[in-house]
Ligand binder design. Structure first.
Ligand code: SF4
Length: 173
């Protein structure tokens, strides 16, 4: 087989930016950085936490969304993922972990147990973590599939995109 010769690409000096410039807003710039570098703190108490382990493993690869840097210190995390059953005995611990996380911070409630107490209709189980801390995204399922975790991250990114520093300062955040 004979290949046609490819004409050489003319080498020119890299053009300067000239009059070109980029504009954006502080909100858009900060949100872009925050949405793509969420550092999760997993509060895993039961089987849903196993699903989260699958999400950060190589098959589902949460690093594609910039959220693979799992931290086990709340002071280094901005995304609290509650995965599993939460009892009233654990509730003060969960609340303290949330309060130790710096602003801005977000919460994902993963699975039926964290969201509603699941099938544990008993005196010791919290019927939903939103009785203790604010929740941004809920994930349905028992257990939720890893794809559902990824969907929650994508939904949270979309929510962060719409956040405004002006509104945050008005509520004192
Ligand atoms: S929702 Fe289901 S899988 Fe998740 S912690 Fe509860 S019982 Fe386990």
């Amino acid at each position: 087989m004979v290949f046609k010769p490819v004409p050489p690409v003319p080498m020119t000096a890299e053009p300067s930016l000239g009059d070109a410039y980029i504009t954006t807003s502080v909100d858009a710039f900060l949100n872009w950085g925050r949405r793509n570098s969420l550092w999760p703190f997993p509060f895993g108490t039961a089987c849903c936490a196993i699903e989260f382990m699958g999400v950060v493993s190589s098959v589902f690869d949460l690093s594609r969304f910039g959220s693979e840097l799992v931290r086990f210190s709340p002071r280094q995390a901005d995304l609290l993922i509650v995965a599993g059953t939460v009892t009233y005995k654990q509730a003060p611990i969960l609340r303290r972990i949330y309060e130790q996380m710096p602003e801005p911070k977000w919460v994902i409630s993963a699975g039926a147990c964290a969201t509603s107490g699941g099938f544990y209709d008993c005196y010791c189980t919290v019927p939903g973590i939103d009785e203790i801390i604010p929740v941004d995204i809920y994930i349905a399922g028992c257990p939720p599939r890893p794809e559902a975790f990824i969907e929650a991250i994508v939904q949270l990114q979309a929510k962060i995109d719409k956040e405004s520093r002006k509104e945050a300062s008005q509520v004192g955040a």
